[in-house]
Design a protein around this ligand. Structure first.
Ligand code: FES
Length: 140
């Protein structure tokens, strides 16, 4: 049975162009509503695939970014929490080092569909929030 909250086709909410996301680069931040609650979230590209998570560290609930959209560590291998340095696997969201080791970021279901990153579940409140970097929000 299909997920009742799943959107598809033209109903899918577009977060950003896939071209905005460079592998292990800046995240595309957005706001999603689940169960009547708005939450900051981000989408990333890692090893050619798109992943998205609620932007809330399982340790204390702070956002991960050390600058808007900066969620990868310098190596580009892990996501890192700016508050206490917890490290997360980009493809699973699992914490592999730091005070919340073994816990996980909350995944947001997204799909890469014909060059558009779209929300699969939940309601998109605010699509792509531009950062101060030179990334082009239109993906041009
Ligand atoms: S709030 Fe993220 S590691 Fe403490």
């Amino acid at each position: 049975m299909a997920d009742a909250t799943r959107m598809s086709g033209t109903d899918a909410a577009v977060i950003c162009s896939r071209a905005v996301l460079q592998d292990a680069g800046l995240a595309a931040r957005f706001v999603v509503e689940f169960n009547g609650r708005n939450m900051d979230a981000f989408a990333i590209a890692y090893q050619g695939k798109v992943h998205a998570y609620v932007n809330s560290c399982p340790h204390r609930g702070t956002t991960l970014d050390w600058e808007p959209g900066q969620v990868f560590d310098n190596s580009g291998i892990y996501l890192v929490c700016a508050t206490h340095g917890a490290l997360f696997e980009p493809d699973s969201g699992r914490c592999v080092g730091g005070p919340c080791q073994g816990a996980s970021l909350t995944r947001v279901q997204v799909e890469d569909n014909a060059g558009q990153v779209s929300l699969v579940t939940g309601r998109l409140v605010q699509p792509y929030l531009p950062t101060t970097s030179s990334a082009d929000p239109k993906g041009d």
